[in-house]
Write a protein that binds this ligand. Sequence first.
Ligand code: 8YV
Length: 313
Amino acid sequence: MTGQHVLVVGAIGRLQMDELETRYTLHRLDQAGDPETLLSEVGDRIRVVLTSNGVGFPEDLLARLPNLELVSSQGVGTDGLCVDACRVRGVAVANTPDVLNDDVADMAMMLVLATVRRLVAGDRWVRDGRWEREGMMPLNRCIHGKVLGIAGLGRIGKAIARRAEAFGLEIAYFGRRQQPDVHYRWCDSLEGLARDSDILLLALPGGDATRGVVDEAVLNALGPDGYLINIGRGSVVDEACLVDFLEQGKLAGAGLDVFAHEPRVPEALKAMEQVVLQPHCASGTVETRDAMAQLVADNIVAHFEGRPLLSPV
Ligand code: 8YV
């Protein structure tokens, strides 16, 4: 026993779990048959929680850990963590920004291209023998010269914009305020951005502030020739409304990596040819997940060694 107790709410990569195991005493809530007993036995010894944003860290669990000092979470998003309650209690929170920017931006561009150029439909056209039976598939649309509206021009949004420029897209963006160091056109509302965009790309964080902001008015503004791409959070979009718009041809198509109730995806979306779906895997490469897990572990080590966190929220 080291006296340095870590509660594992959500595990990270094997390499980093092994590293942490050699240094600290890990308590596996994620594997506990009887979580209640585990918490009553070790709750007051826990100084660090290890989790991921997807698994989360709720306020009722925080209440069971009176001596908690740090929550180290895998993922840049913090919408699954009770950050405000941690702040009130003086518990630090660390996440994993930056290391995933390139992969998420690649996924965003991949969804733009796949959706507008109908990559998956083309693949199906070949596999189903329709090329041989019916000849060429219907023409699709080009992306160069189109306006890509990015909602949420943070570090990931900027990595997307850099890639999109190379594809000849014109960039506009919406965020709370105009960014002085950015040459892209700023729109002061999400609806305004949707109106000005051919492709609306959502790179917004989740949480109460953004819940359902892509609503009927925004989708109407995007219009029947518009495409919606979402690599941020499913909670940002009124999903029922999106399905309705796609079914009625009031939108041209959508490329979605995130959904309102993951891993559940509306059957209606699965049936649509004009939609490209991914299982929330924009950061899901071996290299990036390893870098994310390492940052989670490094934050824990820094904390126990009395050094500043590498990536505090
Ligand atoms: C992951 C993500 O799905 O970083 C985020 O916020 O949504 C993704 O990278 C996940 O959180 C990794 O555990």
